[in-house]
Design a binder for this molecule. Structure first.
Ligand code: ZN
Length: 159
């Protein structure tokens, strides 16, 4: 794509400065955004690099915001929320609602089960996988759109 085309801010987003495109990791991230149909703004690139260059990750808006601050990316928490939602809609992330209030965002968009550590606010993959002997048929006129399995864990009480 033509990088110059991004020098036309929409919705207050910053265009990408050409100097930010110098390393391979950034180029990889930029291509990922373009392939997903997203315009590679400075904010999306900064968060994309935190999300997609470190393997399979589970983040919350708050944890990613803290990382962005530590990486000197000057973004508001609202921008982080919006960007995570845009990435999710574009198919780059999978949203997982673990406790009703807080959403986790998974860089592995395949169907896989999770452990949620209550009280520690941590989501991890169930490494051993999970087998179903019977997945119920969908209701008439419906199909199963997705299947989420979250196994909630808590610390055992000391005896
Ligand atoms: Zn996962």
């Amino acid at each position: 794509m033509d990088i110059q085309a991004t020098n036309n801010p929409v919705g207050g987003e910053d265009a990408v400065a050409p100097g930010l495109l110098s390393d391979d990791a950034t180029k990889h991230c930029l291509q990922m955004l373009v392939d997903a149909g997203l315009r590679p703004t400075r904010q999306r690139l900064a968060l994309g690099k935190l999300l997609f260059l470190r393997g399979h990750r589970h983040v919350t808006a708050e944890s990613l915001y803290d990382e962005a601050v530590a990486a000197n990316a000057y973004l508001s928490l609202a921008t982080v929320y919006n960007t995570l939602n845009q990435f999710t809609e574009a198919g780059l992330l999978r949203r997982i609602a673990a406790d009703g209030i807080k959403s986790f965002f998974d860089t592995d968009t395949s169907v896989h089960p999770h452990f949620y550590l209550e009280g520690e606010d941590v989501l991890v993959d169930v490494a051993a996988g999970l087998a179903f002997s019977k997945v119920p048929d969908a209701l008439p006129g419906h199909e199963i759109a997705r299947l989420d399995v979250i196994i909630h864990l808590r610390r055992k009480r000391m005896q």
